[in-house]
Design a protein around this ligand. Structure first.
Ligand code: URA
Length: 434
């Protein structure tokens, strides 16, 4: 038996290098054992090249993150069989392929759970803030996910701690270090971080082979479209509005500032023709500090893209600038804002509107419509058409993307999503015409 030793549970480069050399040397799958520690047999020299379908490598880059120890050998045997001329990928009944696909599905689901379920604890650091999160993944999804998050949030300092290890992003480099077996609550996590931070960061390493991260990103994007989240710019924003955003950071106009992490102000370029208004930041927006970067934001982005609206060209904000929630254990459950809270925050919405002067304001959902129109609105009755206001403004009401996310069945979701895209196409036409 030849013993192949990889450098880590997700040593994608090591697995590819070994696989290339072994397939070319004619090493049958049954003659190999794969491990991540212990003594290794030397690899044969690789000579020549052979083609592996791109689809198989994409699948393997996900499945290698599964926790099942047999995955390395299983993936090797698929490549080996393809090298021997078998049309493995064309045979949906192939049991090995089916197993690898199931592993990849489980990894994707786990990665998604991590990205949406991670809740960050802001910890003060060197005059800034580091967002610290603890998560227990079912699979080895930390490295690729951390790379994805680092790319998505280039300006944040993030540390994600799991029992398998931790990942640390400081806006420039991504390091991997020791993990923490269990964090009962935020206090325990903070205490561990306070006690171990320097040691973890001093020993953390960038020299870790990370599987392809893109394959985990389940929302396919066209190549010219930036990732959602922090890429949406405030660089081109009006300086007065930037000043207003700073002042809103210490807003005490209603009690919602108390439990929230931070004020989430609107963002978008000066001169935006349309202003999109949501209800209030959600859990992820509260953590990150930017509007519509969580699941509702992703749906909104997708619908905008389908309707031909470039999110980077519009101003996106909320009726209420603080996240209103009730805590249940480590989870924070969204609460609809009350009318007085919407009214108190109307001050900031007015500032945004006065500075941006959009030709069209799009209110998504009942709270936004109330904030923009100043009265109670039944969405079903008023959606989908321009509403001309006495002061010359044009308002357009549609549903909130979270409404679609909450619908229980696929058919209803599809129907309502198509209706939202239909509304946004009208918005695009109004923007073009105005
Ligand atoms: N829902 C909103 O209304 N706004 C956000 O920013 C996120 C979710």
């Amino acid at each position: 038996m030849r013993r192949i030793v990889l450098r880590s549970e997700t040593d994608w480069d090591g697995w590819r290098q070994a696989t290339r050399a072994l397939v070319q040397a004619g090493a049958e799958p049954g003659t190999l054992t794969w491990a991540v520690s212990g003594d290794a047999s030397p690899l044969p020299d690789a000579a020549g090249t052979f083609q592996v379908p791109r689809a198989l490598m994409a699948l393997a880059s996900i499945a290698i993150q599964a926790r099942e120890p047999e995955r390395f050998g299983l993936l090797y045997s698929l490549v080996w069989r393809i090298g021997a001329g078998e049309k493995v990928l064309k045979d949906d009944t192939d049991p090995d392929l089916a197993l690898v696909r199931r592993m990849a599905l489980a990894v994707r689901a786990d990665a998604h759970r991590m990205r949406t379920g991670l809740r960050y604890l802001p910890v003060a650091e060197d005059g800034g803030v580091r967002y610290l999160g603890w998560f227990e993944p079912a699979h080895f999804v930390l490295p690729a996910n951390a790379r994805l998050l680092a790319r998505r949030y280039p300006k944040l300092r993030l540390s994600i701690v799991t029992p398998d290890g931790s990942a640390h992003w400081d806006g420039a480099s991504l390091l991997f270090g020791d993990g923490l077996r269990h964090a009962a609550d935020d206090e325990a996590l903070q205490a561990w971080w306070d006690a171990h931070r320097d040691m973890v960061l001093d020993h953390a390493s960038a020299d870790v082979s990370v599987p392809e991260a893109e394959a985990l990103d389940e929302a396919p994007r066209s190549p010219d479209r930036p990732a959602i989240g922090p890429v949406v710019l405030n660089e081109g924003a009006d300086p007065d509005l930037r000043q207003a955003a700073r002042e809103a950071g210490s807003c005490r106009r209603c009690p919602l500032y108390g439990p929230a992490t931070q004020t989430v102000f609107g963002e978008g370029p000066a001169g935006a023709r349309a202003m999109f208004v949501g209800e209030q930041p959600g859990d992820q927006e509260d953590t990150i500090g930017r509007p519509f970067v969580g699941p509702a934001g992703q749906l909104m982005d997708q619908a905008m893209e389908e309707a031909g609206i470039d999110r980077r060209m519009v101003y996106v904000t909320n009726a209420v600038k603080h996240f209103k929630f009730v805590a249940r254990g480590r989870r924070r459950i969204h609460q609809t804002p009350e009318v007085p809270e919407i009214q108190a925050c109307g001050f900031w919405l007015d500032v945004e509107r006065t500075r941006i002067r959009p030709i069209l304001t799009v209110a998504m959902g009942a709270s936004a419509a109330r904030a923009v129109l100043g009265r109670a609105v039944t969405i079903g009755r008023e959606r989908g058409r321009p509403i001309r206001m006495a002061d010359g403004r044009t308002v357009f009401v549609t549903v909130h993307p979270s409404y679609i996310l909450r619908l229980p069945d696929r058919a209803a979701k599809d129907r309502e999503y198509a209706a939202l895209v239909g509304d946004l196409r009208l918005v695009r036409d109004l923007m073009d015409a105005g």
